[in-house]
Ligand binder design. Structure first.
Ligand code: NAD
Ligand code: DAU
Length: 357
């Protein structure tokens, strides 16, 4: 029994791998290309742990994927690997098309060939778990009901369009070839190891550095926030009991405007790390809006709650406090990300190159 986790050195993937190995002795093989968003320091606590194998590689590399599947014979692929930042997708969509669409296609084809070679219990048990986002559903008005699993797909950014395309591929590989897939569409995550280009970690690290806190537009865009370890527990629940071919929306019923989020971060920092210059709120700065900025996301999580009994363990108040405390306690991690030193980790850790398969 082994899991193959793609993108396991990124924010959510690394939290998932750490959470999995904290609860289970089932081994994990992490496959990650270590793009700017991949950081092996996130998995440093697993160093020397025989249950974890790291493989430096690309999900578009079919030969590599075939070799990993044949070698490790995983009972599931949990697919996180993606280009994930909306602003980057606006500046350069190409990488999103390649990894999110072509990469998912490559994995699906490799999984189909591998699953086709399995028999009996191994074939029954195999799962392809596709990790996706609420952004595929588009933008809600303030009075609209939250996204259910049957909401039409209306992606608005190159990122969300590429994720929508990947969701469609996963669906088609189930309907056409019978590949045993499950898909989760989750709302905005936050927590430890979140790369400081995304709203919450950017606000924390900028505030601590006395830099402006840039709010796009009027700050009234709404996101629905979930603590990252609750996303990990939802994936475990769907992997264990999700119905084949189904999608499950994952969210914690925590809609907040961006301004509310930034105020909360400032207030927590004022309490936990006061600045003699005054409240961190003084650093809030309104900047030009993101092109095509989706106004509101909200997840209706009743299906996963009803069918699988999943509930988040954290409220927004407990989760955001833990998150701010984590960033205060992990200044080295932040410094390595900001200086780029985290990219030297592979060389420092393994010598010239990361272990290849
Ligand atoms: P991230 O950007 O932090 O991590 C992505 C990881 O994928 C990195 O480690 C990167 O090195 C790796 N990667 C990128 N291209 C690769 C390739 N070609 N081959 C192998 N590895 C590659 O992203 P995240 O925030 O952890 O998101 C993980 C997944 O969850 C994504 O699929 C994303 O769409 C989805 N998701 C994210 C959120 C969120 O709030 N962050 C919410 C819902 C769903
Ligand atoms: O909803 C799930 C999605 O959440 C995931 O699929 C994406 O991978 C993830 O990056 C995230 O997308 P968002 O665009 O919602 O996240 P981001 O942190 O980039 O922005 C959150 C909100 O904050 C959004 O309305 C834009 C705004 N924002 C963001 C940044 C970086 C600002 O106002 N200022 C900023 O500097």
């Amino acid at each position: 029994m082994t899991l193959l986790v793609t993108g396991g050195a990124g924010f959510i993937g690394s939290n998932f791998v750490l959470d999995w190995l904290a609860q289970s002795d089932e081994p994990v093989v992490t496959l990650d290309a270590l793009t700017y968003a991949g950081n092996l320091e996130n998995l440093a606590s697993l160093q020397g742990d025989a249950r974890h194998t790291f493989v430096h590689g690309d999900i578009c590399d079919r030969v590599l994927i075939d070799r990993l599947l044949a070698q490790h014979r995983p009972r599931a692929i949990v697919h996180f690997a993606a280009e994930s930042h909306v602003d980057r997708s606006i500046h350069g969509p190409g990488a999103f098309m390649r990894t999110n669409i072509e990469g998912t296609y490559t994995l699906l084809e490799a999984a189909r060939a591998f699953w086709g070679s399995l028999q009996g219990g191994e074939r029954e048990a195999f799962r392809f778990h596709h990790v996706s986002t609420d952004e595929v559903y588009g933008s809600l008005g303030s009075a609209d009901a939250a996204f259910t699993e049957t909401h039409p797909y209306e992606p608005n950014s190159p990122y969300s369009a590429s994720k929508a395309a990947s969701d469609h591929l996963v669906r088609a590989w189930h309907h056409t070839y019978g590949l045993p897939v499950v898909t989760t569409n989750c709302s905005n995550n936050y927590g430890p190891f979140h790369f400081p280009e995304k709203l919450i970690p950017l606000m924390i690290v900028n505030a601590l550095a006395g830099k402006p806190l840039p709010i796009y537009g009027d700050g009234q865009n709404v996101r629905d926030w979930l603590y990252v370890r609750d996303h990990a527990s939802a994936i475990r629940a769907v992997l264990a009991g999700g119905r084949l071919g189904e999608t499950y929306n994952v969210g914690g019923w925590n809609e907040k405007t961006n301004l509310e989020i930034v105020h909360t971060v400032c207030d927590l920092l004022d309490e936990l790390h006061p600045d003699a210059a005054g409240s961190y709120r003084r650093l809030i700065t309104y900047v030009q809006d993101r092109p095509g900025h989706d106004r509101r996301y909200a997840i209706d999580a009743r299906k996963i709650e009803r069918e699988l009994g999943w509930r988040p363990a954290e409220t927004f108040e407990t989760g955001i406090r833990k998150t701010v405390q984590w960033y205060l306690a992990n200044a080295d991690w932040v410094a390595h990300v900001q200086s780029g030193a985290y990219r030297d980790w592979v060389a420092r850790q393994y010598g010239e190159a990361a272990p290849s398969p």
